[in-house]
Design a protein around this ligand. Structure first.
Ligand code: DC
Length: 232
């Protein structure tokens, strides 16, 4: 059976990765969370002191040091998921903090960062059989993907989901802070000059504000089955 490429884009905390992960596992496809890659570069910048106390990113230094950034996903047998490794160190936990969330959109707006990561992503998907989630997968990384989804939900719904996740991880954060971060990232991600977050013309828009996980998964799985049948 010929495999396809599935691109899942959308706003932050729309549940893209939960759906993408499950879809990949059901179809026996590779799953790639591209947000984790932008987060790892941001964590690198923080570690290297390239982001100052005022929250400004020293772009020239980061671009200079990009060749020192080596990223890979390593499957974790305990969780059944892939962990993000930065220069051979597991940074899966470190990249999910509010600190990284606060800077990642700035780092992701840098052209050279995007060029480097897009190239790696295209290489990972060259044999198809991949579900990739992010912001520019259907528009830039795989414009020829056979199935493109664009996930949306209200900022309040998304912030509530993210808040719950962060509390479960033991982060001390308020709902108001999370909502502010979600709205700020939406704004930066959608208005940046290079590859802004936008729905590809041929993407299916999927608003899951009032939809449970099970229903979402069934509908999206159904879409993918139909596309797979059509191409085979
Ligand atoms: O999916 P996420 O929330 O973990 O992504 C973190 C940030 O990375 C997001 O605010 C924008 C950026 N990003 C991007 O610009 N392009 C992608 N393909 C994936 C993420």
């Amino acid at each position: 059976m010929g495999k396809i490429t599935i691109a899942i884009d959308g706003y932050s905390s729309t549940g893209k990765s939960t759906i993408a992960k499950r879809l990949a596992s059901t179809l026996n496809y590779i799953y790639v969370d591209t947000g984790a890659m932008y987060r790892a570069v941001t964590f690198f910048a923080l570690q290297e002191g390239i982001i100052n106390d005022r929250g400004e990113v020293d772009e020239a230094t980061l671009i200079d040091k990009l060749s020192e950034v080596h990223l890979k996903f390593v499957s974790n047998k305990e969780t059944g998921r892939s962990d993000m490794f930065l220069n051979d160190e597991n940074v899966e936990k470190e990249i999910r903090t509010m600190q990284v969330s606060g800077f990642v959109s700035k780092v992701a707006a840098i052209k050279e960062v995007r060029e480097k990561l897009v190239k790696i992503q295209q290489e990972m998907g060259k044999d198809k059989g991949i579900v990739m989630d992010g912001r520019d997968i259907g528009t830039v990384v795989f414009p020829d993907a056979e199935l493109k989804l664009f996930m949306t939900a209200s900022p309040e719904t998304r912030a509530a989901r993210r808040y719950k996740e962060l509390l479960e991880k033991g982060e001390e954060v308020t709902y108001a802070e999370v909502l502010k971060n979600v709205e700020e990232r939406d704004r930066i991600d959608s208005t940046r000059t290079i590859s802004p977050l936008t729905k590809a013309k041929d993407a299916i828009e999927f608003d899951n504000s009032d939809m449970g996980l099970e229903e979402q998964f069934e509908r999206i799985h159904d879409f993918s089955q139909r596309v797979i049948e059509r191409v085979n």
